[in-house]
Write a protein that binds this ligand. Structure first.
Ligand SMILES: [Mn+2]
Length: 396
């Protein structure tokens, strides 16, 4: 028995507002499915197949075209929804794909569903729908918030009685923290025991571990999610330039419950972090430049004690997309004392400055902050202490 485990496909995601990135996310999905159908008996998609719950007709067509490949071969696809593509509406895009016999939706349902691949079990309210493939059962549910988990213990809901797989789209504390994030809904001990394979989604970096008698696996997103999900990071520690390799991108082929990672060729993301003066930065970027291919996405994160002109830096590193981010301290002399930004701006202004400098900066967020500023508590702004504070992101 062999299956493919894919997650966080994010079809329709125009990363950095670039439409061709959405095409690249779709291409990775096609590639993964094409590889999977060559050797697998079934395919699991552990949530966030789509970037939003209401994909455009174009995105929907991409999904339908790719999912028709396993359907034509009689290979079932089992799916759960993720935090990005779930909806409170009665009919979701997953229901639509299920009606077209392209996927089989696992989890809580209002109606009983019974077919070649699905069985339903009555619970207090509605049904829990499980997948069946030969002797193997596929349990699971779509994304749930941490508030939901305060009321429910899924160890009482999911109890395997045969060889079984559990599909979840959640962040787990111990693993989230390993990636420097404090965002999660569950702890490891809250996860039901007894499954032979935990087909996880949500964390965008590939990660595998053991849990109870099974393998606990996040395939990660099929394409690089942001510059925290880098292929290579160059980091200047003040003395020498360090090179740190990131995680590989792809999905899992699982044979007799043993996972094997399958790497996909994806758009390279290069993350550069330098805290130095202009002259040093230019010299370092010249050195780094030769190691960066022209199809790369590059972020150059610069910090220094005083501002300098970065316009001449833009051309040093070639790349398909180059983003320069600066965090210069506004050091001013006043009565012989150094003045920090915190001395000039209040809490709300600092928050607005921080947001406006962010990657997916949204004007509405800033408007909301200004509108709500009266209600805001006063908090001290965090200052970067370690590499993690440069901004590590891993999920969504
Ligand atoms: Mn996701």
């Amino acid at each position: 028995m062999r299956f493919a485990h894919i997650a966080d496909v994010h079809l329709g995601y125009e990363q950095y507002k670039l439409p061709y990135r959405s095409a690249e996310f779709a291409e990775s999905f096609r590639r993964a499915v094409e590889i999977a159908v060559e050797s697998c008996d079934f395919i699991l998609i552990s949530g966030d197949l789509f970037h939003t719950s209401r994909p455009t007709p174009e995105t929907l067509k991409e999904a339908m075209d790719v999912l028709s490949i396993p359907r034509e071969r009689g290979i079932p696809v089992f799916a759960i929804d993720g935090n990005h593509d779930r909806t409170r509406r009665k009919v979701s895009v997953y229901h639509l794909l299920e009606s077209l016999e392209l996927i089989n939706l696992i989890g809580f349902r209002d109606e009983r569903v019974e077919n070649r691949w699905l069985v339903s079990e009555k619970i207090d309210r509605g049904y829990i729908v499980k997948g069946v493939f030969g002797d193997v059962e596929i349990h699971g549910m779509g994304y749930m918030s941490s508030v939901w988990f305060e009321k429910k213990d899924i160890r009482k809901i999911f109890k395997p009685e045969c060889d079984a797989i559990l599909m979840l789209h959640q962040g787990v504390k111990e693993i989230a923290e390993r990636f420097g994030s404090g965002s999660y809904e569950l702890k490891m001990e809250d996860i039901p025991r007894g499954y032979l394979y935990y087909a996880m989604g949500h964390i965008h970096k590939a990660f595998e571990t053991n849990y109870d008698i099974g393998k606990f696996v996040y395939p990660g997103s099929l394409q690089r999610w942001d510059f925290g999900d880098y292929e290579v990071r160059f980091y200047w520690d003040g003395l020498r330039l360090k090179t740190i390799g990131g995680t590989k991108k792809g999905f899992y082929i699982v044979e007799n419950f043993e996972p094997r990672f399958l790497e996909l060729n994806v758009r390279p993301f290069i993350d550069v972090k330098i805290e130095a003066d202009e002259k040093t930065v230019k010299k370092l970027l010249m050195d780094i430049g030769g190691k960066i291919s022209s199809d790369s996405f590059v972020r150059i994160d610069l910090r220094w004690r005083e501002p300098y002109d970065v316009s001449s830096i833009q051309g040093i590193v070639r790349g398909k997309y180059v983003q320069i981010r600066t965090r210069f301290e506004r050091v001013k002399m006043k009565g012989g004392k150094k003045i920090k930004p915190e001395d000039f701006f209040d809490e709300v202004e600092l928050k607005v400055i921080e947001l406006a400098g962010g990657k997916d900066y949204n004007a509405q967020d800033i408007v909301n902050i200004l509108v709500q500023s009266d209600e805001m508590e006063t908090k001290t702004l965090r200052k970067p202490k370690s590499l993690l504070d440069w901004g590590v992101s891993y999920e969504d």
